[in-house]
Write a protein that binds this ligand. Structure first.
Ligand code: BEZ
Ligand code: FE
Length: 297
């Protein structure tokens, strides 16, 4: 088939969606047709390569279970999750940057009081995280909810080690005080590999990419009238900080976990010195502060 016939085919498939009543769905499918056909023309797969691609996607679907989402992982390692997250982030310069949710927010975090230890069953470097939730004008967001979850110092979430960590270890749901303030105790998390025993792991192996994420703590910050913020703080200096397997590091989210030796300060936080202290102030935006994304054909 010559070039003209190929573009006629592309036009024909595009036109097949012309009667779609939902204009957004129509635009998405017609754009998908154009980009997909252009990609196929550019890469010119053999029949065997195309079948291998179909089999890869089939295995990706078959690897999904109630507690595993291999398609999200594929989106993550292709940088698509991060792109979607960033396109839908708050359109306000002061807002705290968002980043990917990831697959481990799969259980409800236990309700904890400000100052609680979220990792009572973990061994590692003691750490205190202190922060304040404010709006884009710097005003406190009283009683914002702060959901946090993290891997332990060996790089595992509670759900990955059901025999070693009780449910809720490494997790906490906090309510900020009237000034938007919050703090909690934990251990410094470590870098860890994303799951590699499925098709996404095979893709990373075939392309000589490592599977590691730098050490981080996940946050979801929410308050009525404000846009929900899904983000992390990353431990400054962590291994893989410059090569996150899912491309989710933004420099604004890297926090110093500063070693503190002061026994009086340690006593105030209920930890032993030395401990590490990280500060994470969060700027959330009002629901009507932001703009939606637009489809660009
Ligand atoms: C996570 O940080 O929990 C995560 C994010 C994307 C893929 C795998 C894990
Ligand atoms: Fe994580």
């Amino acid at each position: 088939m010559g070039d003209g016939a190929n573009s006629a085919l592309t036009a024909q498939v595009e036109a097949s969606f012309d009667a779609t009543p939902d204009t957004r769905l129509r635009g998405i499918l017609q754009s998908l047709t154009r980009h997909l056909h252009a990609w196929i023309e550019e890469t010119h797969p053999s029949i065997e390569e195309w079948e291998a691609g179909i089999q890869f996607l089939t295995r990706t679907g078959q690897t999904c279970t109630d507690v595993r989402q291999e398609f999200i992982l594929l989106s993550d390692v292709l940088g698509v999750s991060m792109l979607v997250e960033t396109l839908n982030g708050a359109d306000v310069p002061e807002a705290t940057d968002s980043t990917v949710l990831g697959p481990f927010h799969m259980t409800e975090s236990p309700l904890r009081s400000i100052g609680a230890d979220i990792s009572p069953q973990s061994v590692g470097d003691a750490c205190v995280v202190v922060g304040r939730v404010v709006d884009s004008g710097g005003n406190p967001v009283a009683h914002a909810s702060i959901d946090v979850w993290q891997a332990n110092a060996e790089g595992f979430y509670d759900v990955q080690q059901p025999d070693e960590q009780p449910p809720g270890n490494g997790r906490g749901m906090f309510t900020a005080d009237v000034d938007g303030g919050f703090w909690f105790r934990t251990v410094v998390p470590s870098a860890y590999p994303i799951p590699t025993d499925g098709p996404v792991g095979a893709l990373l192996g075939a392309t000589r990419r490592h599977p590691f994420r730098p050490a981080h703590i996940h946050f979801i910050v929410a308050a009525p009238g404000y846009r929900e913020l899904v983000t992390h703080i990353f431990v400054a200096g962590s291994d893989y900080i410059d090569s996150d397997a899912v491309f989710a590091v933004k420099s604004s989210l890297i926090a110093d976990f500063v070693e503190m030796d002061d026994p009086a300060l340690a006593a105030r936080y209920g930890v032993d010195a030395p401990f590490r202290l990280a500060r994470f102030d969060v700027v959330v935006t009002r629901d009507d502060d932001t703009e939606g994304s637009e489809l660009r054909a």
